[in-house]
Design a protein around this ligand. Structure first.
Ligand SMILES: [Fe+2]
Length: 339
């Protein structure tokens, strides 16, 4: 059952326990079979795709990654980009919330001050594509707009990793400026190379890797550097692909990421739930039934009241939270944006 990952003792314990359990191959196999069954149950309800979206679908199934101009998504985008660039100006002026030592993000209250850019991720064509790929009802985790700063810090999403929230995920990274090698572009290892990497390293759910480790084990041919012009889009599945946010060396990078999982994800970041609630509270009347469903948290996702009480009591005695697994340092919003 999906849970919300916040800074509480109980959600971190859940995640830590899951990581320990998933060291056992039999547990991984149970997760895999359980997901196959869930996808099978939903197979008859999947939306069909028109030829352009079917082409994109095929590329993501094969390689796990595709880059294309935003126009080729076939979704109205002008209002989305206009709203996004206003936020970029805020970030350029030094505004936004610092999440770690290398990035600042637009705060939730500002993200939902207008319907765009958030509502772009609820476009029917986007939801159709994501549902078809994930194979299950979609949980729209929202949009994140950020400035990735020039510095040499290699931690958080700058370490090589596989996303861990679900069995399949889709992210759309939209560049809001031209991104060349000096901006630290999004990087990944295409599907075949990532599969091989998992085997060689005996990957355990949540593991992260330094650049030197990846460079010693991956051939340059399978390494993808996502340079791209302003408004190019990278569509990818970060669960299948080993990936990271590159380190800008000369210019800061500005990007916007839309994220999607299934309604049966292992967990979701609390920040995504808060943004969903804030958006629905302000703009819910403009959504149809399917869109409302996409931003409704799965049943049981909220932390129960007794757990909150237990957490407060425990903190009094322990004075600190348990450590999070290596794969999720940084609290309830870390790793929400990989671009
Ligand atoms: Fe990631």
């Amino acid at each position: 059952m999906t849970f919300n990952l916040d800074d509480s003792w109980i959600s971190k314990t859940k995640q830590s326990s899951m990581r320990q359990l998933r060291r056992l191959p039999v547990v991984e196999e149970l997760f895999r079979v359980n997901r196959l069954i869930a996808r099978g149950k939903h197979a008859d309800g999947l939306p069909s795709l028109d030829p352009p979206m079917a082409g994109l679908f095929g590329k993501i199934v094969r390689d796990g990654i595709e880059r294309l101009p935003i126009e080729e998504l076939g979704v109205p985008f002008e209002a989305t980009l206009a709203a996004a660039h206003k936020h970029v100006e805020t970030l350029r002026r030094g505004g936004g919330e610092p999440i770690d030592k290398h990035s600042t993000h637009i705060a939730t209250r500002d993200l939902v001050s207008t319907p765009e850019p958030y509502v772009f991720g609820l476009s029917p064509r986007v939801l159709d594509f994501v549902e078809r790929y994930i194979g299950m009802p979609v949980d729209y985790l929202g949009v994140d707009i950020k400035r990735e700063k020039v510095n040499s810090a290699e931690d958080g999403v700058r370490l090589w990793h596989f996303d861990v929230e679900d069995a399949r995920m889709v992210r759309f990274i939209v560049y809001l400026d031209d991104v060349d090698e000096s901006c630290g572009p999004f990087e990944c290892i295409q599907a075949a190379g990532s599969d091989e990497f998992r085997k060689v390293t005996r990957y355990v759910w949540g593991d992260r890797y330094s650049s030197s480790t990846v460079e010693s084990l991956v051939t340059p041919a399978s390494r993808y550097k996502g340079v791209g012009s302003m408004h190019s889009v990278h569509v990818f599945d970060g669960v299948r692909l080993l990936h990271r946010a590159g380190l800008p060396t000369a210019r800061d990078r500005y990007s916007m990421t839309f994220s999607f999982a299934s309604k049966e994800a292992y967990f979701a970041f609390q920040s995504a739930r808060e943004t969903q609630a804030a958006f629905v509270n302000r703009w819910g009347s403009m959504l149809d039934a399917r869109q409302r469903q996409a931003v409704a948290p799965p049943p049981g996702a909220a932390t129960p009241r007794w757990a909150d009480a237990l957490q407060v009591t425990t903190r009094v005695f322990l004075r600190r939270d348990l450590r999070t697994p290596e794969g999720q340092r940084g609290g309830s919003r870390a790793a929400a944006n990989d671009s």
